[in-house]
Design a protein. Structure first.
Length: 146
């Protein structure tokens, strides 16, 4: 049940599924699905061409790769990306994972298609005993609570 898939509109674009590089790696490396330029002081949405499936009690957390952050002063605009289990196959964007990257440096940073830019870690989470959440996802990227 827990897996990555390529979203339908990116099927023919050579998207590779994320992999862990060693048996002790927690994170799956996510690649840029197309080349982009991260302009200084700006947030750029970088597509991955991917969606993720997981159990209802799990979340996919996204982190910028430390080498990219260290060398180029870029961060995820929200610190840590959160992909909920009900994000996959939503009606707005089919669950396409987009990375909002903020360039804190003074120079543009080129990102090439296929470059590893983030890591995704699946985690199980807990809810309060009196949790009565009953809402349904109505959209895609950044839509919860709208």
């Amino acid at each position: 049940m827990r897996r990555f898939e390529v979203v339908s509109s990116w099927q023919e674009k050579g998207i590779r599924l994320p992999q862990r590089k060693t048996s002790a790696s927690a994170g799956y490396d996510l690649e840029a699905a197309e080349s982009v330029i991260l302009k200084p002081g700006a947030v750029t949405l970088v597509p991955t061409g991917l969606k993720a499936y997981m159990k209802d009690t799990e979340v996919l957390q996204l982190f910028i790769r430390s080498s990219l952050a260290f060398r180029h002063l870029v961060v995820l605009a929200n610190g840590t990306g959160i992909v909920d289990a009900d994000y996959a196959d939503n009606p707005d964007n089919e669950g396409h994972i987009l990375l909002a990257i903020l360039n804190l440096g003074t120079e543009s940073v080129p990102i090439e298609k296929g470059q590893r830019i983030a890591q995704g870690i699946f985690l199980e989470y807990l809810c309060t005993d009196d949790d009565l959440a009953s809402g349904e996802r109505r959209g895609g990227f950044g839509s919860t609570g709208k």
